[in-house]
Design a protein around this ligand. Structure first.
Ligand code: NAD
Length: 492
């Protein structure tokens, strides 16, 4: 086998820097709340959004108080009653198609904004996030006039006003996952992006203006957890959709219980990526890398637990280390960057704390040889080998570029270990044998299971979890069910 240098400089593979220009952005110094089709001032104390790779301020962001939440919900209600519910599905679809095309037109700008504000590599925001955002709007645009065929009975009805709260890991994509089906189904929306990544949502608000979407159909309010809490608990909301931590999801489930609000929760995960000894090992190694180091591991369905068959364990881990040593960590706007910045100091501290616990509990730590920039929030790709099922890092979601490696001998042991988690969002299976893949997939308690691939998303495919990973499905025909009432009780 050719020896591959693991020196941090990778001199034989050096690329010249290839930064994407920021000149495409027309950033404002400060952003208001997008309510009733216009940007308005927030009445809370504004906050700053910073670039996690440089710690530089990007813009000042309005903070929505309970009063502003009231105004946003009132705007959504007015738009629902006066316009949106009266439009035909075909006309709603036209708006969605228009939004999808505008996202494509402004794709580069959105990708740069996303990488700047979130810290993810531009090749991911450019080639994954933004194209999927457009795909989601195109897909649900097609459904808007075909709701009778969604399998929810004849003439399903919109619910009314949807309150949506999203996290910071895929800011624009999570917005698309929420807004596209809601509008296609005939609901109006108030959405709150995460406090560390509001930028792309605010540019998206400009796209809505460009698309001439009737005022108030989508309202975008910025702020932290208290704004989200006021939104989901607002009495004039009919539907709540939340993506984020299990702790907050649980609090929302409690506070909305008995309120009549329809609720979907997309929470955390601790996915098993199972590699059998008959798997194509090179492909599996790529899949493991994509499974846990994509988006710095800030992925709810990340393959954070590698379950590898004992007889190929050593080989897989060695090849993985060799591969990880070639990944480039650094400027998210550089087109050669593989690993960007951790989204916030708070998240970095959490990753560090959990990794230290892993080491204390006896797992073998290996860190990829990367040069860490002086400024910003960074964490080099890390592998923990010989992790036991009871170890904290095998149980808790780290939400960072950290892989825990466990072994198994038989398919039954792999299944038992994979299911030994309070979560149930996703899993991966690597094997040459289709029958083995199907038999194992049948036994896994996970909402999404990938075979010989990982972290693939398609708007036509439903996504969601079991157990502490939440309930409800996003994507596909199933994603419409969250925003429609087939029993005729939903719409006010
Ligand atoms: P979080 O749940 O605190 O925040 C997600 C969103 O909910 C944000 O917009 C936030 O402002 C809002 N929010 C916070 N408290 C709220 C409340 N009481 N009521 C309503 N909205 C509220 O998640 P986080 O702090 O961004 O991350 C914490 C952990 O959550 C991560 O380390 C990770 O484990 C997990 N996480 C999972 C996902 C996912 O996609 N499943 C995404 C982000 C984070």
């Amino acid at each position: 086998m050719t020896e591959i240098s693991t020196s941090p400089t990778h001199s034989f593979l050096d690329y010249a820097p290839a930064p994407e220009s920021k000149s495409i952005l027309h950033l404002k110094k400060s952003y208001g709340l997008f309510i009733g089709g216009e940007f308005v001032k927030g009445s809370g104390k504004p906050f700053l959004t910073v670039s996690p790779s440089t710690e530089e301020t990007i813009a000042e962001i309005a903070n929505a108080s309970a009063k502003d939440v009231d105004a946003a919900v009132a705007a959504a209600r007015k738009a629902y009653d006066s316009t949106w519910r009266k439009l035909s599905g075909a006309d709603r679809g036209k708006y969605l198609f228009r939004i999808a095309r505008l996202v494509q037109e402004r794709a580069r700008e959105l990708a740069v904004a996303e990488s700047l504000d979130n810290g993810k590599p531009i090749k991911e925001s450019r080639d994954v996030d933004v194209p999927l955002v457009a795909a989601w709007f195109f897909y649900y645009a097609g459904w808007a006039d075909k709701l009778d065929y969604a399998g929810l009975g004849p003439n399903p009805k919109a619910l009314g006003v949807a309150a949506q709260v999203i996290p910071w890991n895929f800011p624009l994509l999570m917005l698309a996952w929420k807004i596209a089906p809601a509008l296609a189904a005939g609901n109006t929306v108030v959405i709150k992006p995460a406090e560390t990544t509001p930028l792309s949502a605010l540019i998206f608000a400009e796209i809505l203006q460009q698309a001439d979407l009737p005022a108030g159909v989508v309202n975008i309010i910025t702020g932290a957890g208290d704004t989200g809490e006021a939104l989901v608990n607002h009495p004039d909301v009919n539907k709540v959709a939340f993506t984020g931590s299990t702790a907050v999801g649980r609090a929302i489930a409690k506070s909305t219980a008995g309120s009549g609000k329809k609720l979907t929760l997309e929470l955390g995960g601790k996915a098993a990526n199972i590699v059998f000894d008959d798997a194509p090992i090179d492909q599996a190694v790529e899949g493991i890398v994509n499974g846990i180091f994509f988006n710095q591991g800030h992925v709810c369905c990340a393959g954070s637990r590698l379950l590898v068959q004992e007889n190929v364990h050593e080989e897989v881990v060695e090849r993985l280390k060799t591969r990880l040593a070639t990944l480039r960590l650094g400027d998210p706007l550089d087109k050669n960057t593989d690993i960007g910045a951790i989204n916030s100091r708070e998240q970095l501290d959490r990753i560090r704390t959990l990794s230290d616990i892993g080491e204390k509990e006896g797992a073998e730590r290996w860190t990829a040889p990367c040069v860490i920039p002086d400024k910003g929030f960074w964490f080099a790709p890390t592998i923990f080998d010989n992790v036991s099922t009871s170890s904290t890092i095998a149980r808790e979601e780290i939400f960072g570029p950290v892989l825990s490696v466990l072994t198994f001998r038989t398919p039954a042991e792999a299944i038992a270990k994979a299911n030994n988690t309070p979560y149930g969002l996703s899993a991966g299976i690597w094997s040459d044998k289709g029958s083995k893949i199907l038999a194992v997939a049948d036994e896994l308690r996970a909402g999404v299971i990938w075979a010989n691939t990982f972290n693939r998303f398609d708007p036509a495919s439903p996504f969601g979890g079991y157990k502490e990973s939440g309930y409800g499905r996003e994507g596909g025909r199933h994603g419409l069910a969250a925003y429609l009432s087939s029993a005729g009780w939903g719409a006010k």
